[in-house]
Design a protein around this ligand. Structure first.
Ligand SMILES: [Fe+2]
Ligand SMILES: [Fe+2]
Length: 165
């Protein structure tokens, strides 16, 4: 008979998913930074790269709280999102719309992370893991802020610049 799986198993599974995703994002951000032509956008990617390192450490702490080794599990969703970002970088290289495309790719990443951390935070609370919930919420707030900053950057300059052919 199959093992009876509980919310704790689901939590651990999802933790592995986002751990894999964050490490994939850590590798993608320097490429996105190099591709960006807008200086503020390049800086935003650099800032988020440093934040992603912190976020990976927070996840390692959550694994530790659970008494488990930090281990990722292939996340097909992030593979797809990053692969689409790479297509944009190739297809729009040298074009005025490149930065707008990079922002849209980065926001797809942020929204995926917000979905995952939002769920993990609720589940940690439900499971009575207060310290884990706090760590997950810290990252969730960082992802929200990153998403907002990208919207501001798009509205301020990048979307206008993208229309100049
Ligand atoms: Fe992240
Ligand atoms: Fe993020």
């Amino acid at each position: 008979m199959a093992k009876i799986k509980t919310l704790e198993d689901l939590f651990l599974d999802t933790l592995k998913d986002i751990y894999y995703a964050e490490r994939k994002i850590l590798k993608a951000l320097p490429k996105m930074k190099r591709a960006a032509t807008n200086e503020d956008l390049a800086k935003a990617f650099e800032k988020h790269h440093a934040e992603t390192e912190e976020q990976i450490e927070r996840l390692q702490k959550v694994f530790e709280i659970m008494g488990k080794n930090a281990r990722g599990k292939t996340c097909d969703a992030i593979e797809g999102i990053i692969s689409e970002a790479e297509d944009i970088m190739d297809d729009f290289k040298g074009s005025p719309a490149l930065d707008a495309g990079l922002i849209s790719s980065a926001q797809a990443v942020e929204h995926y992370e917000i979905a995952r951390y939002g769920t993990l935070h609720r589940w940690a609370t439900e499971l009575g893991m207060k310290d884990a919930a706090k760590l997950l919420d810290q990252t969730l707030q960082q992802e929200w802020k990153t998403d907002e900053d990208l919207t501001t950057l798009a509205d301020k300059t990048v979307n206008d610049a993208a229309q100049k052919g």
